[in-house]
Design a protein around this ligand. Structure first.
Ligand SMILES: Nc1nc2c(ncn2[C@@H]2O[C@H](COP(=O)(O)OP(=O)(O)OP(=O)(O)O)[C@@H](O)[C@H]2O)c(=O)[nH]1
Length: 523
């Protein structure tokens, strides 16, 4: 896999990882927190609404109680009179107090007087029937039972009741003198319909939005769940909560529904999701740019450099100033390796053209040099000269001394030749054995003769002891050929031809007494 493809894969996996991370944070940390907050707020709304219901009920209970302990009302129950009704039981006053119905009963549960507001005209008979239900025992009715009254037990009964599918708050209190010493003479009942006006009042007190719906057939309704007035804790988080309140005597009921301000979870709309993805992409892309700038790009550059190097056979150095230390180290190490490699290569190249014993150019190096000389000669740019040099009686030298000393003599002669030719544009090479070859970029017979003589004398003057043929020292014989710059059909001749002629001249030098120079013009 290429680094570019890898970085693309990395980008994709990073994108997916960050997206998963964001989702995990959203679902496992953010949402539970939000849910808990919403649940808390919904619970508060429920408690506030119940409190507002209770406050609304309390003022009617208090008013009812005030009437019940009013001595004039005691007298009225004992001795009803129209005058009392006209002066004290005024519809305007009940209307102003938001009282929709008033019932005054004697101790024997006989109705003395009743007031019904026009707004509840449809439910008036049902309400009267409910309130006036008589019982001798302490049953589930509003009026105190005959048994209670005969036992002189003062009582107050109240609560929210569903009458004809409408919610009423009804309160009943036994009537007795204000000192509390006299007899219970009856009871007074007040009712208040929870209508839209009341709903508005409770809403403004509690700051909770709710509604009351009338249900005529409660058995078909998919509630009840809990009692609105006695439940303590909401069970779950919902957009709204409903409670079914039954009529105690029939199937009619109402449903109280609280519409919560905050619902269960914040909804992620398309724009939010897009925005989230965009932010994730920006973050990941930015991270990838940093990664690419400091890690991937250097590696690609590194790879390209190596590829180019191997293609061109040129080992180029890699820039070694990177932000990441490890990459810097790799670059430095690679560059160091290149230097060592180049040194090794130079050394190996040298070995191929260098004679191991004398450390001067060997025959292969000579041939390379000869090629360039011959080429320029073919192009008639310059002439040259070749000298074949052979140590005289060297076999005898080896025989007289040992081979190692023979080696040393070879090294000394090579050094002497190199030193003598140092100021010439020439190449000195060991041709093989005890033979040397010198190519000089000069085609003047006289100067070549001088050079050759200088070489011959230089070797003799080394004074390497070798007493043979009347000389005391080791000597050399030189056979040379001067190849003039302008030569007819030069292109037909190779270095080998020149060498062959130089060999012939050397042979002559050997045959005619050694320790001499024999030169000729190339022909
Ligand atoms: N010590 C040593 N001897 C070498 C080396 N290469 C060649 N020789 C010796 O050089 C000698 C050359 O001998 P010949 O070719 O018979 O010639 P020569 O004795 O020099 O006699 P002429 O050339 O006729 O003067 C041989 O004995 C080789 O063994 C070398 O690298 N080291």
């Amino acid at each position: 896999m290429t680094l570019k493809r890898f970085s693309l894969l990395l980008l994709l996996s990073l994108l997916m990882s960050v997206a998963c991370l964001v989702m995990a944070i959203y679902y496992f940390f953010y949402l539970p927190g939000i849910n808990a907050e919403v649940a808390d707020q919904q619970q508060q709304e429920y408690v506030l609404l119940k409190a507002a219901f209770s406050t609304s009920a309390k003022n009617l209970t208090t008013l009812n109680y005030d009437y019940a302990v009013w001595d004039s009302l005691v007298d009225f129950v004992v001795q009803p009179s129209d005058e009392f009704i006209e002066n004290n039981l005024l519809p305007n006053a009940f209307e102003a107090a938001n009282v929709d119905a008033v019932f005054i009963h004697k101790a024997d549960q006989q109705l003395v007087w009743q007031y019904l507001d026009s707004s509840i005209i449809e439910t008036a008979s049902a309400l009267s029937e409910f309130v006036g239900k008589k019982t001798t025992t302490n049953a589930d009715t509003l009026l105190p039972s005959l048994a209670e009254i005969s036992a002189q037990i003062p009582s107050t009964r109240h609560g929210y009741y569903v009458i004809a599918a409408q919610l009423f708050y009804i309160t009943n209190t036994t009537i007795l003198p204000s000192e509390g010493t006299g007899e219970i003479v009856g009871s007074i009942t007040m009712a208040r319909l929870v209508d839209s006006k009341m709903i508005d009042e409770i809403t403004s007190n509690s700051m909770v939005t709710f509604s009351i719906d009338n249900i005529n057939n409660a058995s078909t309704y998919p509630l009840p769940i809990h009692d609105f007035f006695s439940q303590n804790q909401l069970k779950e988080v919902n957009a709204s909560h409903s409670w079914l309140i039954h009529n105690k005597f029939d199937e009619q009921a109402v449903v109280i529904t609280v519409h919560h301000r905050k619902t269960s979870r914040p909804q992620l709309d398309a724009v939010s999701v897009m925005l989230l993805l965009f932010i994730i992409t920006i973050i990941v892309t930015f991270s990838m740019m940093i990664l690419s700038r400091f890690l991937i790009s250097p590696l690609i550059h590194f790879n390209n450099n190596i590829n180019n190097s191997s293609n061109d056979n040129l080992m180029a150095k890699i820039p070694s100033q990177h932000f990441i230390d490890e990459i810097d180290n790799v670059s430095n190490s690679f560059n160091q390796l290149l230097i060592r490699f180049a040194e090794q290569q130079n050394y190996l190249e040298t070995l191929t053209v260098q004679d191991a014993l004398t450390q001067i150019t060997n025959r292969r190096g000579l041939e390379a040099f000869a090629d360039s000389v011959i080429t320029t000669w073919h192009q008639q740019e310059s002439g040259f000269s070749v000298m074949m040099i052979d140590i005289d009686q060297f076999k005898l030298y080896n025989d007289r001394h040992d081979h190692l000393l023979g080696d040393k003599a070879l090294v000394d002669v090579a050094g002497c030749l190199m030193e003598t030719m140092a100021c010439y544009d020439a190449l000195v090479a060991r041709y093989g054995g005890e033979e040397f070859c010198v190519i000089v970029k000069d085609d003047h017979m006289q100067s070549i003769n001088d050079v050759a003589e200088r070489l011959r004398m230089a070797v003799e003057n080394l004074h390497i002891k070798h007493d043979v043929d009347g000389t005391l020292w080791l000597t050399i014989s030189i056979g040379g050929v001067v190849v003039p710059k302008l030569f007819e059909h030069a292109e037909r001749y190779l270095f080998h031809d020149v060498l062959k002629q130089a060999d012939k001249q050397l042979y002559i030098a050997k045959k005619t007494g050694r320790n001499k120079v024999v030169l000729s013009l190339f022909q």
